[in-house]
Design a protein around this ligand. Structure first.
Ligand SMILES: [Zn+2]
Length: 344
């Protein structure tokens, strides 16, 4: 009985120890599997959170795209609104940007940048006024044309040289500016013309003779002084030599006495000039034209703001001529005189 009990005791101990070690192993396994589950859970949750992040960021992108689309739509609908007469189907079209442009477009309808060019022209210099005019032109960085009088201007030749050196165009006006003498005959006219042409070459040290000129008084005023046949002879001769004359289509009205105020000059110039694609503005480089520079300081920035480019007269596309001349040598209208293009 005692032997059996001893054996039973040993077996019981073995069984108990086996059971205990089995439970420990099972527990370890359970823990390990729990850990792996947890890590899986963590990785799953991190996957989810990263997916959520991706979803959110993709949502942002989507919202960005949709906002882009909506802005596209609004711009398309606003542009279609301006180009089409159809009523807008959606009332949410943004209107705030519309009121900014019309005032300028209404005021300056022909002034898209780069398409319109203004030609400032100064007659009768050089005088003591010339350096002041040049200073204003330099201030705004614009170019102009000086139709010079070589007789009276000879003592101010250095001003003409300065104008040339600063990129302005020097063109022929006259040597004596005496209507009676100049328009007495074709020969008298071209004698005067050639004197000024040579003077310009000498003063500017430019060996190329200019062929740009302006009739003293303008081509239309010459009918008071020149016989119809003389004027047509002059025009024909000029065309044969390739000489080009420009009158003007805008006048500053600054050759009158008393000299106009700054505001008068500005009002004479801007309303008319703003209507033209190629305004050729007549001004006078006279020593007592005291309000000229103040007027230029208003006219130039206003025209720059309106989109005009300032250039020199050789670059004009359509010369501003008060007379339309037939190169056949015959007048295009009866009586020896041709039609005025602009009505000087
Ligand atoms: Zn003149």
């Amino acid at each position: 009985m005692k032997r059996f009990s001893f054996i039973q005791f040993i077996c019981s101990c073995l069984i108990v120890s086996m059971i205990l070690s089995g439970c420990t192993t099972m527990h370890r396994t359970e823990l390990a599997s729990q850990d792996s589950d947890h890590s899986q859970i963590v990785s799953e949750s991190s996957k989810i959170s990263s997916e959520q992040t991706q979803q959110e960021s993709s949502k942002e992108e989507t919202s960005k795209e949709s906002s882009k689309e909506s802005s596209k739509e609004s711009s398309q609908s606003s542009s279609s609104k301006t180009t089409s007469s159809k009523p807008a189907s959606k009332p949410q079209v943004s209107k705030p940007s519309e009121p900014e442009t019309p005032s300028k477009e209404v005021s300056y309808p022909k002034s898209p940048k780069g398409l319109n060019t203004v030609y400032l022209t100064f007659d009768d210099g050089p005088t003591t006024m010339t350096p002041q005019v040049l200073d204003v032109l330099k201030e705004f960085g614009v170019k102009a044309t000086f139709y010079v009088v070589s007789g009276s201007g000879s003592k101010y030749a250095s001003y003409t040289k300065r104008a040339f050196d600063e990129g302005h165009e020097i063109a022929i006006h006259s040597a004596c500016h005496d209507y009676k003498k100049i328009y007495s005959s074709k020969e008298a006219f071209f004698e005067d013309f050639t004197k000024t042409q040579n003077w310009i070459m000498e003063v500017t040290q430019n060996t190329t003779p200019t062929l740009q000129f302006r009739f003293p008084g303008g081509s239309s005023i010459s009918k008071k002084w020149a016989a119809p046949s003389v004027m047509n002879d002059i025009l024909y001769e000029a065309s044969q030599m390739g000489a080009v004359h420009n009158d003007w289509n805008v006048s500053a009205g600054d050759a009158t006495y008393p000299r106009p105020s700054k505001n008068q000059i500005v009002q004479n110039v801007l309303p008319m000039a703003m209507k033209l694609n190629e305004p050729v503005i007549l001004m006078h480089d006279s020593k007592d034209n005291k309000n000229l520079c103040a007027a230029l300081r208003e006219i130039i920035p206003t025209m720059l703001e309106a989109g005009y480019t300032f250039d020199t007269i050789s670059n004009i596309k359509n010369p501003a001529q008060h007379r339309i001349y037939s190169t056949s040598g015959k007048p295009v209208s009866g009586g020896g005189y041709v039609k005025r293009q602009f009505g000087a």
